[in-house]
Design a protein around this ligand. Structure first.
Ligand SMILES: Cc1cc2nc3c(=O)[nH]c(=O)nc-3n(C[C@H](O)[C@H](O)[C@H](O)COP(=O)(O)OP(=O)(O)OC[C@H]3O[C@@H](n4cnc5c(N)ncnc54)[C@H](O)[C@@H]3O)c2cc1C
Length: 124
């Protein structure tokens, strides 16, 4: 089953991840003749630099989590789908995700990073 996205004649750029990287890229391409489909496993962008303020009760969680659809509501070439990417089938230019398959012309992987605790279990 394919994810429902409008079929258009311009190239489709699929962006995985709406952190700083994916968000900024999608904004920069707002006027470009492309279709942008952004996938994220959450429907919000997290402003990580203020995470510690939430964990120390200085801020409410919704002060650092912004709905992705709201951020892009005026961007005509943008589509958001919430789902987790499970596999990239590069030979067929398609993704397998928790909500179905999706074809792409160009793929941007902006899934962030994981913290390296240098093997120190207590820090983890
Ligand atoms: C506490 C803290 C403080 C920080 N302070 C600063 C600072 O002051 N200045 C600064 O420049 N940087 C700071 N950083 C670092 C900065 O936040 C990160 O470098 C930046 O958020 C990384 O952006 P990113 O787009 O690469 O990834 P992320 O912001 O991690 O975004 C990745 C996105 O991909 C999604 N995703 C991942 N895997 C999948 C998948 N399989 N399918 C679908 N979606 C997926 C995630 O849900 C997420 O939304 C801080 C980080 C932390 C944790």
């Amino acid at each position: 089953m394919y994810i429902n996205v409008p079929e258009v004649k311009v190239p489709r750029i699929v962006v995985i991840g709406c952190g700083f990287g994916g968000l900024e890229l999608a904004k920069q391409l707002s006027k470009a003749p492309v279709q942008i489909v952004l996938l994220d496993k959450n429907n919000y962008h997290t402003f990580q630099p203020l995470l510690y303020q939430v964990s120390t009760a200085g801020l409410e969680a919704d002060s650092i989590a912004y709905p992705i659809r709201k951020i892009f509501k005026r961007q005509a070439n943008f589509h958001f789908r919430m789902g987790e990417v499970q596999q990239i089938v590069s030979a067929e230019n398609k993704l397998l995700t928790s909500i179905g398959e999706l074809k792409y012309d160009y793929l941007v992987i902006a899934t962030g990073s994981t913290t390296n605790y240098f093997g120190i279990k207590e820090f983890e």
